[in-house]
Design a protein around this ligand. Sequence first.
Ligand code: 5GP
Length: 353
Amino acid sequence: LRYCTNLPKVELHAHLNGSLSDATVLGLLKTRTQRDADPSLAAAEVTIKKGHQRTLEECFQVFGILHSLTDTLEAVQTITRDVIREFAADNVRYLELRTTPKHVPDRMTKKQYMDAVLQATVEAMVSHNIRVRLLLSIDRARGVEDAWSTLHLAKDYLNHTVFGPLVCGLDVSGNPVCGDLQDYLPVLQAARSCGLKLAVHLAEVPSETEALAVLNSGLVDRIGHGTFLHPASGGSQALHTLLKDQNIPLELCMSSNVKTGTVKTPSEHHLGLWRKENHPLVICTDDKGVFSTSLSEEFVLCAQVRPIRGQTFSFCEEDLHSLSLSGVEAAFLSPTDKQTLRREVQQELDALK
Ligand code: 5GP
C-alpha cells in the first residue's frame, strides 16, 4: 500500500456525494441536531466495509441518505473541500470530480449548488497540491428535460472567467435500470457541439441495445465501468468492435463493481480482459466513501489480483506507473495542460525508480 500511496495518481471517476469519508459524514451529522442520537451508527450505514456487499439498488438508497445530509450550500462547500483534500492526501495530482447539480426547494437552485462546488474547488486547489476539473452529471433517472437544464448550466459556465476553465464536461450516471440512454443522445450531441467532453456510465448492467446505440453515436470520450461490453464478460462482438475501433478509455472501479455484485470477484473483473488487449484503462474509485476505499487501495487491489481463465493480470511496478500515465492520457485537459501534467507525473515516477 505504501508504494501505491507514493505513486503520483490521476483520478477520473469520482462522484462527489459518494466520496464522503466517515469523518465528513460524522461532521455533517453533528451539525444536524435531530440526527445526533447515534452518529457513529449512521456513518456505519453509509459505508460498505471490507468483505461486505450491497446491491446497486441498495447503493442508490445510500445516495439518498447522503443527499439528505448535503442539502445546504454550507454542507456542499464542506464536502467539496473535504473530498479534494482527501484525494490530495492520497497523492492524487489531478482529479476530475463529477456531481449532479441539485435543486432543493427553498434552499438552493442547481446553479447555486454548482457555484458552491466550484467556489470550494477553487479554494481547495490553492490550499492543496492538486489540479481539479469538474464534470456536471446527468442523472438518467431524472428525465431528459432535467438533462437539458444541466447542459445549459454547464454551457453558461464555459464563459465564466474563474469557473469556466474548471468545467470540462458532462457525466451520465444514475440508476442504470432507469430510463434509456438513447433518449439522451440529442443532449450529448449538443454538449459535444459546444466543446464539452463526455464520460458515460455504460453497460454497468447487461444492456446490449442501449450500449450499441450509444457507441454507434460516436459521441463518447470515456466509458464508466463498461462491465458488460467484452464478449468474455457478457458483451457482444459488435460492442467489442465498436469500443476497439474508437479506442475509448474505460474507467474501472474494482471495489465498486465487486461490492455491488456486478462482478463476482476481483479475479473475474473485466480489467484483465481489456488489459490483455492493451486497451486504454484508468483505475478509479467511483465512490470512495460508500465503497470504503481510496485510489491507492484500488491500485493495490488491481496489483494483487491473481490471474484466472488465462488472463494476464499480475502487475509489476512498471505496470503501475503506466496505469498512472494512462490516467493522464485519458484526462479531459487541453493539450498544453496535459503536457504539463504528463511531465510532472513522469518526473515523480522516475524519482520512485
Ligand atoms: P453526486 O452526483 O450526488 O455528487 O454523487 C452521487 C450520485 O452519483 C448518485 O446519486 C448517482 O446518481 C451517481 N453514482 C454514484 N455512483 C454510481 C455508480 O456506481 N453508478 C451509477 N450509474 N451512478 C452512480
